[in-house]
Write a protein that binds this ligand. Structure first.
Ligand code: DX5
Ligand code: ZN
Length: 216
């Protein structure tokens, strides 16, 4: 079944508790939390205390997407803060450190995941795929919500779906950026089973209906 992971980046931060608590009853599967350091991406978002607060406010698994340089420095702290899935970018450090960071995440009992930016080819995930519980394909340049979906990422989603089926069939395949009720279909048809959606969820008048629509 297709899962929906609403991105709280598009929530009302002055009412974050309310906007997080509503997600479970609205039918969300995960809560997507975007962490930005102003270096890996040209934006800053939130960090440990906010994740810990969200952790106290929902039973849903926290799907934490780190857009930070050298995430190995902080992965244990994100696990302690309450991440259930912890995603690091393949572009954010050396291959050795990326591998070690994924191993650290797994040693914390958290699901390790790797993410690729639009210009990074599908093959970049291959060394890490056996260790990963989820692969995230960006369908916008990371850094901001509300951008236009890049349909030209679909061949990459299809290719990574083939790798997953061959090498690690339990691994999930997630897409992030510009996913809405029209673009979700091609993502699922290309092999994604987890859809991140920020503006499409939080700008909807009826959030439960929107989540059903995204799931298809
Ligand atoms: C962008 C973030 C996304 C963002 C998606 O860097 O990784 O998770 O919140 O927002 P929408 O769904 O509005 O494109
Ligand atoms: Zn994200």
């Amino acid at each position: 079944m297709v899962k929906v992971s609403p991105s709280v980046l598009s929530a009302d931060f002055a009412n974050l508790g309310r906007d997080v608590r509503g997600l479970s009853a609205a039918g969300a599967d995960y809560v997507h939390i975007d962490v930005m350091d102003g270096m890996f991406v040209p934006n800053l978002s939130l960090g440990f205390p906010v994740i810990s607060a969200i952790r106290r406010d929902t039973e849903l698994p926290l799907d934490v997407h780190l857009m930070i340089e050298r995430p190995i420095r902080y992965v244990e702290r994100f696990c302690e803060a309450g991440a259930d899935i912890l995603t690091i970018h393949v572009e954010a450090d050396t291959p050795e450190n990326t591998m070690q960071a994924l191993e650290k995440i797994r040693a914390c009992g958290v699901r390790p995941a790797i993410c690729v930016k639009p210009r990074t080819p599908a093959e970049a995930v291959l060394p890490y795929l056996p260790l990963c519980s989820l692969i995230l394909v960006m369908t916008v340049e990371p850094g901001f919500g509300g951008q236009k979906f890049m349909a030209d990422m679909m061949p990459k989603v299809q290719e990574i779906r083939r790798y997953i089926d061959a090498m690690n069939p339990g691994c999930e395949l997630e897409v992030d950026g510009g996913v809405d009720p029209s673009t979700c279909k091609i993502c699922v048809a290309s092999g994604a089973n987890v859809l991140v959606a920020g503006s499409a969820v939080y700008k909807a008048a009826d959030i439960p209906a929107r989540i059903r629509e995204l799931r298809g």
